[in-house]
Design a protein around this ligand. Structure first.
Ligand SMILES: Cc1cc2nc3c(=O)[nH]c(=O)nc-3n(C[C@H](O)[C@H](O)[C@H](O)COP(=O)(O)OP(=O)(O)OC[C@H]3O[C@@H](n4cnc5c(N)ncnc54)[C@H](O)[C@@H]3O)c2cc1C
Length: 488
């Protein structure tokens, strides 16, 4: 078949490789001049930054994709395991290292929260049990129609802890405020609030802590580069600087796409890696899809966005390791600001990835490349980025939180706002993880990988099932492949 893929993000690249390997003729139309989408990189003044993802998890999913295409993760990428998953700085000056070695972690817990040492390990077992109940039935399953539910074991399904929130479950298991804040943090990995999302998302600590979180040698953008190389070896055709304006449909059947420059490409099948909501609302006209469907799609809540500050500094801070979190004082207020008021938090949790810690060539000698991320609301009228001085605020905050004289050491600075995430990648309201999981039904309203209303239209990427983050995006491409085989 002749297949057009809209977008060369991780989802588009993964789907392109799988489909080309099956013998289809694949053309990828990308709005920008390079692959990777939100996985991107920036090099300036001797510094190198990943500007999107900084943590790689569930490597076996990308490995499966590579294997299906005749290679392997080991051949393509060098994964760097970290001894300490992340260093946490609390507002009262307490510091906690989340060691990957259970014995070292036990000692760390006995130091800062001895009352919860056992609870930490039993919580990880509970997280693992959630993974067992959800992985094959939900995450690694297109769940397109009733046949997708055939393997669903109802007893397991009711054990997925969907009837309470992440926060309530965590509070019920821990006394220590340090561990409560620590375990609530993982819900942000899919852009949701721990105070609203179902406790099922407590599976995420299992993914990072039990299974392992990795850095990729050279930077996370190496993942995009390796997929591009694979795509080129499979003969996939790329057209860059080619934003698609419209998907042509006749009698509920995809016929082709049209770029903003008026170029028409006929095809049998379209796989949209463009944000699913944006695609349904803006790329399909009212004859192709009903206004009611568009209205419903517009109601799906996006995930949160992010504010990114990239700082090249002419020093190293001994207290910073590869991944670092500076927690806010009042976590609940922070999420109220982001998801209810839709404003930037006054007292934010600040994440810093300092890849020059593991990859010294990412900064000149004696210097550091700081990728600083603060969770941000998706775009709305409640916050105006064009007048924001949030970057200055974050720098001042970090100075009071232990990075003394940070402002005096900045030799390179850049910022990426939610508006930029929209402008560059056309992600729905600047969201960075697709749709939110802020209620127990969210997972079921997220667009499926095959569009029911139009034959030949498929969706891949973080805004579709099973959700955002690199591994799930790759999984969505495998779902597309399975559905294309089934339905054509
Ligand atoms: C700051 C940040 C930090 C993150 N941290 C992590 C992390 O640590 N770990 C992790 O696993 N995930 C992380 N994520 C999430 C992860 O980056 C995304 O889930 C994933 O990269 C999304 O890939 P995608 O293919 O779904 O979409 P995208 O990357 O958005 O790709 C979509 C592509 O489609 C193109 N496009 C859109 N519309 C059109 C159109 N009309 N015509 C042509 N082209 C179009 C876009 O330009 C883009 O290239 C992070 C994201 C961000 C932004």
């Amino acid at each position: 078949m002749n297949i057009v893929i809209i977008g060369a993000g991780i989802g588009g690249l993964s789907a392109a490789c799988l489909l080309a390997k099956e013998g289809h003729s694949v053309t990828v139309l990308e709005k920008n001049d390079q692959v990777g989408g939100k996985m991107n990189e920036l090099t300036a003044d001797g510094f190198r930054f990943d500007t999107g993802p900084s943590l790689f998890t569930m490597p076996y999913i990308l490995d499966e994709l590579f294997q299906r295409c005749g290679t392997s993760l080991d051949e393509q990428l060098e994964l760097v395991p970290l001894d300490i998953n992340c260093r946490y700085f609390y507002r009262d000056g307490t510091r906690m290292d989340n060691h990957t070695d259970p014995e070292l972690m036990k000692a760390e817990l006995n130091r800062i929260a001895p009352e919860d040492t056992d609870a930490y390990f039993s919580f990880l077992k509970y997280a693992e049990s959630l993974d067992k109940k959800t992985r094959d039935t939900f995450v690694r399953n297109p769940l397109y129609d009733l046949s997708g539910l055939k393997n669903l074991d109802l007893l397991s399904f009711f054990g997925i802890d969907a009837f309470t929130t992440v926060s309530k479950r965590v509070d019920s298991r821990f006394q220590s405020p340090y561990l409560r804040q620590f375990f609530k943090r993982f819900t942000t990995y899919n852009g949701s609030s721990p105070y609203q999302a179902p406790a099922t998302l407590n599976v995420i600590p299992h993914i990072e802590i039990n299974e392992g979180g990795y850095y990729v040698k050279g930077g996370l953008y190496s993942v995009a580069k390796s997929l591009l190389e694979l795509a080129n070896s499979l003969g996939i055709n790329f057209l860059f600087n080619s934003p698609v304006d419209r998907i042509h449909v006749m009698e509920r059947q995809v016929k082709g796409v049209e770029t903003s420059a008026g170029k028409l490409l006929e095809c049998d099948l379209v796989v949209a890696n463009s944000d699913a909501s944006e695609t349904i609302i803006n790329l399909l006209d009212d004859q192709a899809v009903s206004r009611k469907k568009k209205r419903k799609t517009a109601q799906i809540e996006p995930s949160c966005s992010g504010f990114v500050l990239l700082l090249g500094i002419d020093k190293t801070y001994n207290k910073l390791i590869h991944h670092n979190i500076f927690f806010s004082e009042d976590y609940k207020q922070e999420f109220r600001d982001i998801f209810d008021k839709k404003i930037m938090p006054d007292d934010p949790t600040i994440y810093i990835a300092n890849t020059s810690y593991s990859d010294p060539e990412h900064a000149p000698e004696g210097s550091s490349n700081l990728f600083i991320l603060v969770n941000a609301p998706y775009l709305s009228d409640s916050y105006n980025w064009s007048e924001s001085e949030y970057g200055d605020k974050v720098i001042k905050d970090l100075e009071t939180r232990g990075l003394s004289d940070l402002s005096k050491h900045i030799v390179f600075r850049d910022e990426i706002t939610p508006q930029d995430f929209y402008d560059h990648y056309l992600s729905n309201k600047g969201s960075i993880y697709g749709t939110s999981s802020n209620n127990r039904f969210s997972a079921f309203v997220r667009p499926r990988n095959k569009f029911r209303e139009i034959e030949g239209l498929y969706f891949v990427g973080g805004s579709t099932h099973p959700g955002g983050g690199i591994p799930l995006v790759v999984q969505s491409a495998m779902n597309v492949m399975e559905l294309v085989k089934r339905f054509g």
